[in-house]
Design a protein around this ligand. Structure first.
Ligand code: FAD
Ligand code: NAD
Length: 479
């Protein structure tokens, strides 16, 4: 007989596990089904909660970004402080073991949170049937359990997109998961796609000594970001040694004993390069394969995304969907906020996600962060704006840190002064953006930030001065 719950959640990534915990906090009996297994170490293959984010995404990539930045700083930053270190070396196995430990600690932590909140955890593949029933299948496709619930939340997340005719072989042509697990530093690394993953993981291996070539199909760099910030980013990354080739379309990959050759066209000219490994990072697609039985009624659009309204309701009453598998940016915090909002709606309360205030962060060095709209997007909509910017080089703190790189750019409505977007590149901007997200969430004006006291000497003074610059009254630069 089917076990019965108030809520079944499918997927234990940031969308699913957060929704499950919030449902349980609100007194709903909740089960969470997830198919993810541990990637590395002695427990490889065992169930592992936390989804892409904790297992093969946000957390392991940030662990490697941090290790590689420390190594890079010893060689390139320490000498400016008068510190010299002879024979700095990187032990890749140790670096990877540290990363695996961090992942294990956090994924096991989710299991403990489930226990503490009385969320039942089921390992397997969830498949939605008719009448609010979900079958759980094992790896061979056998039904191992049938569950039924008043409400179902779908949070299956996303998977990497494969290039046609150039499938992942998981040895020479890898996805982000493969690029997080190299056991040595590839001498020459080819990356297809100069998006968020290409830049973050390209930075990791470049800092550790790979010659990294990034091939990007589009002519414009980082089209999702404000183009003033994107231009500065490209300048900095190129200086660091990332060889970014724009308008480059890969046609063929040949692998033989001689090595790996990528053939591509750029400005109608044929080119090729030899590399040792290739990372394909051309975007992700919703992980809906096998999730929905044909008669369950949940609609999927052409891109494979589960169709939802702004409340995360699907076409079928009592079935909701959140996270990477639905419209909107593929970001962990967006998934989690949707998960919380849906749990609260199910419990009869009011859920809220402010889609205008979803922050973006790219964890390169310098970091890139923004919230709200870009100058180009606003101009396209015919909105009249005023902008102010301020370079980190003019702050005492960035200079003391030996990181006088980048800027803060603030965009406000020309007539009302309401903040419409804040864009940053520079040291620790992943942390600085929080103030601006809060300001935008509270519909602040640039004057509100300008009138707020910011501690001295801090990096946040660049935010303050950018706000002052909107009104052409920055103190530490010529307006
Ligand atoms: P996921 O985290 O993908 O979780 C879905 C879970 O559901 C998975 O465990 C999956 O195995 C399981 N599942 C799928 N289908 C089924 C099924 N039918 N039955 C049972 N289980 C199923 N975002 C950020 O905000 N910041 C970052 O720094 C960041 N870094 C990233 C770095 C990398 C390398 C990658 C790949 C992604 C990164 N992301 C980052 C994106 C982030 O990981 C995703 O946006 C986030 O994980 C989405 O959460 P989710 O809950 O929607 O899905
Ligand atoms: P992306 O959309 O960020 O970038 C993909 C890039 O590949 C784009 O610039 C695109 O123009 C290019 N591209 C597409 N097809 C190509 C081709 N055939 N040849 C060359 N270039 C091609 O996707 P991603 O980097 O794979 O990351 C996927 C998603 O994961 C991101 O959109 C983001 O939502 C999430 N993510 C977030 C973070 C973060 O928040 N720091 C980190 C990693 C991943």
């Amino acid at each position: 007989m089917a076990m019965s719950f108030d809520v079944i959640v499918i997927g234990a990534g940031p969308g699913g596990y957060v929704a499950a915990i919030r449902c349980a906090q609100l007194g709903l009996t909740t089960v969470c089904i997830d198919s993810q297994a541990k990637q590395n170490g002695g427990q490889k293959g065992k169930p592992s909660l936390g989804g892409t984010c904790l297992n093969i995404g946000c957390i392991p990539s940030k662990a490697l970004l941090d290790s590689s930045e420390q190594y890079h700083n010893i060689i390139h930053q320490f000498p400016a402080h008068g510190i010299s270190v002879d024979n700095a070396a990187i032990d890749v196995a140790k670096m990877q073991a540290r990363k695996d430990n961090i992942v294990s600690g956090l994924t096991d932590g989710i299991a403990q949170l489930f226990k503490a909140n009385k969320v039942m955890s089921v390992h397997g593949h969830g498949r939605v049937m008719q009448d609010n029933t979900v079958n759980v299948l094992d790896d061979s496709g056998k039904i191992i359990q049938t569950l039924i619930a008043r409400e179902i939340i779908l949070a299956p997340g996303s998977v990497p997109i494969e290039l046609p005719d150039m499938p992942f072989d998981h040895e020479f042509i890898v996805d982000s998961t493969g690029a997080l697990s190299f056991d040595h530093v590839p001498k020459r690394l080819g990356i297809i796609g100069a998006g968020v993953i290409g830049l973050e993981l390209g930075s990791v291996w470049n800092r550790l000594g790979s010659e990294v070539v990034v091939l990007e199909a589009l002519d414009d760099f980082l089209v999702v970001a404000d183009q003033q910030i994107a231009r500065e980013a490209k300048k900095q990354f190129t200086k660091q040694g990332l060889d970014i080739r724009m308008g480059a379309v890969v046609k063929k990959i040949d692998i033989d004993e001689g090595g790996i050759r990528m053939s591509y066209t750029q400005k109608d000219r044929d080119n090729n390069i030899e590399v040792d490994r290739i990372v394909v990072a051309v975007g992700r697609r919703p992980a809906t394969d096998g999730l929905l039985s044909p008669d369950c009624g949940v609609a999927i659009n052409q891109g494979g995304f589960i169709e939802v309204d702004d409340q995360c309701k699907t076409d079928v009453p009592h079935i909701w969907a959140v996270g990477d598998a639905v419209r909107g940016p593929m970001l962990a915090h967006k998934s989690a906020e949707e998960g919380v909002a849906v749990a609260e709606r199910i419990a009869g309360s009011v859920g809220h996600v402010d889609f205008n205030c979803v922050p973006w962060v790219i964890y390169t060095s310098p970091e890139i962060a923004w919230v709200g709209q870009t100058e180009k997007e606003l101009k396209k909509q015919g909105i009249e704006i005023k902008t102010g910017s301020f370079p980190f080089a003019a702050t005492g703190r960035a200079r003391a840190m030996e990181q006088p790189i980048g800027l803060v750019k603030m965009i406000a409505d020309k007539h009302t002064d309401r903040l419409l977007g804040v864009h940053m590149i520079g040291p620790h901007v992943s942390e600085l953006i929080g103030e601006c997200v809060l300001a935008m969430a509270y519909q602040a004006s640039s004057e509100d930030i300008a009138r707020t006291i910011h501690a001295h000497p801090t990096l946040s003074e660049a935010t303050h001065e950018a706000a002052l610059a909107v009104d052409k009254r920055a103190i530490h630069k010529v307006n």
